[in-house]
Every structure is written in C-alpha cells, then in structure tokens.
Design a protein around this ligand. Structure first.
Ligand code: F6R
Length: 609
C-alpha cells in the first residue's frame, strides 16, 4: 500500500519526509515524491523507482529551506508506475497538492464530470480527482475546501494536502485507510503508519473515519465530519519500529490474514457499481465471451490453487470447458489453443518466470490472454491482452494469504460476468450473486473472529506430526490444496491434499490409528458424500479435524474436532474455509518455532525457472 508522510514545524521538511518515507518502504512501492512550500509556491519532486532515485533528483537542486511538506511512496493501483502517476498530485492551477493512500471508487465519474468542465488532468490516477476537486471547491478557505470535497469521495482514503494560500499548513483526512499524527516540540508529523513517526515522538493521535486534522507549525487541531472542532486524546506508543510495521501483529503473515476482508472488499468493489459489473481492461466483448469454447487457467503454487477453484466455478456457472495447469507443465506440453480459447494467467508478483513463459506461449499460439495480477505494471500485466488487478496491496510474508483471497475474488467476478453475458444468469441472479460476493469480507471477518482462538488451540495437534492429510470434494478439495500447501511450506510438516473420493484407490492405506485428517465439508451438494469418506477414515482409526458450515455442526459432533464457517453461495465457499486453514498453518508454524514470514528455501518472487 502507499505510504504518506507530512510535516509542519520549525525544522527542514525534506529530511523528515525522506526519513519518514524510508520507514514505510517495507509496505512496497514503485515511485516516490514530495511537495514542499517554497517561496510562495508548491514545489513538487517525484520519480518512478526507489526512494534513492528521488533523493538523487532532489540533490540536483539547491537544498530546500521549506519547513512544511508532504511525501508519498506509491503502490500503483490506477495507472502504471511512472513519474506522472507518482504522488503528490497538483491541481490544474497548482493551488493544491495531495498525497493519498486508498482507492477513490467513484473517480471515473468524478473525472468525467471535471473534464467536461474543461479541467485538464495530467495523470491516470484516481488521486488527481481530489486535487482538482479541492481547487474547484476553493472559496478562500483551505479547511472549507477540504470539508466540501471529502463527502464527494467514495471509497477509502488517507490524505495529506498542501494549499498554496496557507503555506504554513498541512491538512489530513481519512476514511478506511489509517493516518496518525505525532506532536513534539519540533512540530507535527503525519504518517499513514506509526513507524514513520516513532523517531520523533511516541505520542500519537489516530484520526478516525471522517475526521480532519489541521497541522499548522507546532499546533494541531481536529474537526469532525460535520466540521465541528473535536478534542482527541493521544496514545503513547510502546512498540518498537519493527512491531509497528506489523501493526501490532507478531508476524506479517498474521497481519495479512487479518487484512483479507479489506483486500477482498477493495478488489470486488472496484468492479461493482450500482449492482452492475464493469471491467476496464477486459479484452473480450459480449460476442467474444459467447464464442469462447475453452478456458485454460495457468499459474504456480497458490495462484494455481485459485485456478482449481476457477475450474469448478467456470464450468458450473458458465458451461465453458475449463482446465487448469501448473505453468511449468503447461509451458512444455505443447498445449492446443485456438483463438476462441481464453488463457487466464494468475500471479501475485506478475514476474514468476514459469507463469510468464506460459503467457508468452499462449500468445504465440494465438489465444487471448487475460491476467490476474497484484503488482501494477509488472511484466505479466504489461504483456497480457488484458489485466484485472487484485487490490491486495503489498504482501510481505512469503506464504501468500491475501493475494490468494483476492485472486479468488477476481475469478468470482469474471465468472459472474461470463455467466451473465452468455445468458446463463439473468439480471436478478447476477445481482443476488454480487450481493453475496460483497458480503464475503464480513463473513471472512466472522470466520477470523469465531475461529482464531480455537484454531490456535487445535494447531497444537500438528506440532508432533510428520504427516497430515487434507481431504474434500469439489470446492472443498480445491481449498484443501491451498490449506495443505500453507501447512507444509511454513511448518515443514509433510502434508497432502486428496480428493476425498479418491482415497480408497490407494492413499487410504496410509491411514492408521491416530492419523490426523483435516476434512473439509462446506461444498453443500457433496456433503453426504464427503461424510461417507470421513467415516471411511474414522473407521480406520483417523482423528478428524472437520471444517464445515454452521448448519452441519451437530451432524459432525461425533468427530474429534469441528470448526465451522458461515453459509454462503456455493461458488464462494472456498474463500471462507481457507481462512481457517491459514490460521491452523500459522499457529502450527509458530509452535514449531519456524521462521513464519520467511520459510527456508522459499522466495517471494520466483523469477527463475
Ligand atoms: C505460496 C506462494 C507461492 C506463490 C507462487 C506464485 O504461499 O505464495 O506458491 O503463489 O510462487 O507466485 P506469483 O503469484 O507471484 O506468481
């Protein structure tokens, strides 16, 4: 996610801004910039690339004497990483400069309106609408311009703003994205993350949604959403800087598990307006979607596992034959692809070597290629015919959690769109489907709240094990593949996922007294079948850790351990049960003393074959 800093006070602003941004580097970014008040104007310096590139650019000019400024590290969401798209963004007449973290969901409509009024934009970002609106709404008061603009913005934001006419002031505001303010004798320090402030002060104020903070010299005042002054009490931070980066969680993986509701919501909401779906970069018309005779999903690791979910849901909802293949296999198997084949490439990093090779092969063979990618402007995104971005934000733990969940979110969106365009889902059906999809973040939250403590307890069962098995049918099997990978990669316990109905064709010979089997039973139409398979292993001495939906809790009470998740529409069930499996893996790894965020032998981005 983007990082924000701001400073007003008696010291030079630029060194603080750069130092603050360096503390936010861990969040991931592709460009950086600062804006300072200098000689009666706003001076902006911004560069694509690392912070050091920005520092070199700043060093080319005379040292800034400004004592007021804002800064930003950008993680691209709207518009590729570039100098123009880097923040801060100036308004057309350079009256305002804005840095922003979050996504303005109604930016397209706002931009269209502003452009129709003759306002010129100089970037492709959603953020620029904020600076243009501030200028349009300006009536001589910086604060009132901010207060008029905020209600026009839908989505999430943390903002820091400069106004040329009030050169000693930075105004900050937030909704759904974090923003903290620190106060010391040196001045006021604003940041999207407490890490950037800790060096200067441990006394911070956390802005609440809808609130505005006015930083002027060393004074700080707060206003409510309706413009009334509010008193806030400050919080004394006792964490270390490293703890602060993790937002109070012990590991990035746990933090990212808990970020899934927000990441899922951000991914889905980008494409749903007024109950309707829209995709800016889908390389297929309605007619072409109708003509598709095959979908091939290819990816590596967890991204491949989302493809397994994709196979089940695309075939059942769109009736398009769908296959899923591991990219390192696909690239060497001389696949048969035609112009009516859609190849879906899934990758968090957008740089995985085998996945990239699969993409190039698919294009060479004349297929249409759509990618689902987290990193904007990555090679896979650039080389695809179309791309849909996940809004997971930077994922730091090597073992993916929120990227996996947001990849599923995009597959659900696409599936609903294709089913509708092919006449297999009517408008009512689509709107029910989307409504339920938008309720998944809340349900993931419920899963986290209801299961965290119990999963922590049950994870102790795995600690002495050499092997664990995950079984399920249909979408439960798809979720099992991911749950099993999570367990093995971070806890180093050998684990495998099996299609429950396949056990009796060989694998069941491994089951003996005490074997721990994680049995997934959330795929409703197959519940009875899965229950039979669970009984087969129970009668051979297996211990069962079952994950099922609330309605089946009682039927499962004879099994050793049962965890439940809420009901949802069938296509989305993997998104809820997988969260329980992530928690089990996380705590098992914790108890075994493993390096959770950086498991041995693994890298976050695999750019070699
Ligand atoms: C496992 C994991 C990996 C990645 C795989 C593909 O937790 O993260 O299996 O899913 O290496 O990486 P991307 O998605 O970057 O192509």
């Amino acid at each position: 996610m983007c990082g924000i800093v701001g400073y007003t006070g008696k010291n030079l602003a630029v060194p603080y801004l750069i130092d603050g941004l360096s503390k936010l580097e861990y969040r991931g970014y592709d460009s950086a910039g600062v804006a300072v008040m200098e000689n009666g104007r706003i001076s902006v310096t911004k560069k694509s690339g690392r912070l050091s590139v920005l520092e070199k650019e700043l060093a080319k000019h005379e040292q800034s004497t400004a004592t007021v400024g804002i800064g930003h590290t950008r993680w691209a969401t709207h518009g590729r990483p570039s100098d123009e798209n880097a923040h801060p963004h100036l308004s057309e007449n350079c009256l305002f400069a804005v840095v922003h973290n979050g996504i303005i969901e109604n930016y397209a409509a706002l931009k269209e309106q502003l452009e129709s009024e003759g306002i010129h934009f100089s970037s492709q970002t959603d953020t620029e609408v904020i600076s243009q609106l501030l200028e349009k709404n300006y009536d001589g008061s910086f604060l009132s311009s901010v207060q008029k603009t905020l209600p026009m913005l839908e989505g999430a934001y943390a903002l820091a703003v400069l106004c040329r006419d009030e050169p000693d002031t930075v105004i900050c505001a937030k909704k759904a994205s974090p923003l903290v303010l620190g106060k010391s004798e040196e001045g006021i320090f604003a940041a999207s993350d407490v890490t950037a402030v800790l060096k200067h002060t441990r006394d911070v104020y956390k802005l609440s949604d809808g609130e505005t903070a006015v930083c002027r010299g060393a004074s700080l005042s707060f206003y409510s959403a309706d413009g009334k002054p509010v008193q806030k009490s400050c919080e004394h931070i006792t964490w270390s800087a490293e703890d602060a980066q993790k937002g109070g969680y012990d590991h990035f993986m746990l933090k990212e598990i808990f970020e899934q509701p927000a990441a899922f919501a951000a991914t889905v909401n980008q494409h749903i307006t007024g109950g309707k779906l829209s995709f800016e970069n889908l390389p297929l018309s309605k007619d072409e979607i109708g003509k598709l005779d095959r979908i091939v999903i290819t990816a590596c690791g967890s991204a491949y596992h989302t493809g397994i979910v994709g196979k089940y849901i695309f075939e059942s909802l769109t009736r398009i034959p769908t296959e899923v293949d591991i990219a390192s296999e696909f690239r060497y198997r001389d696949p048969i692809l035609t112009e009516n084949t859609l190849v879906i490439i899934i990758s968090q990093s957008g740089e995985t070597a085998d996945t990239l090779a699969a993409l190039r092969l698919a294009k060479e063979k004349g297929a249409r290629v759509l990618s689902i990618v987290n990193v904007v402007g990555s090679t896979i995104a650039n080389e695809s015919d179309g791309v849909i971005y996940t809004a997971a934000g930077p994922e730091i733990a090597v073992a993916t959690t929120k990227a996996y969940s947001t990849q599923l979110a995009v597959l659900y969106l696409l599936c609903g769109h294709f089913a509708f365009e092919r006449g297999l889902m009517d408008a009512d059906g689509l709107s029910r489907y989307l409504l339920e999809l938008q309720s998944i973040p809340k349900k993931i939250n419920e899963v986290l709240e209801a299961n965290r403590e119990r999963a922590k307890e049950l994870a102790k069962l795995f600690v002495p094990l050499d092997h664990a098995y995950y079984i399920g049918r249909g979408l439960d099997f798809a979720a099992a593949t991911e749950g099993s990978l999570k367990m093995k990669e971070i806890s180093y316990i050998h684990s495998e996922a099996y299609a429950a109905g396949e056990l009796k064709h060989g694998t069941i010979s491994l089951v003996e007294k005490g074997t721990l089997i994680v049995a997934l039973a959330c795929h409703e139409p197959l519940f009875a079948k899965t229950m039979s398979n669970i009984r087969e292993v129970v009668s051979r001495g297996a211990r069962i850790l079952a994950v099922t939906t609330d309605r089946h809790k009682d039927e499962m009470k004879d099994f050793d351990f049962v965890l439940t998740v809420p009901e949802t529409l069938l296509p989305f069930c993997a998104s809820l049960e997988v969260v329980v499996l992530q928690l089990l893996a996380y705590y098992a790894s914790l108890y075994r003393g493993c390096d959770i965020d950086k498991p041995r032998n693994l890298a976050k981005s695999v750019t070699v074959e």
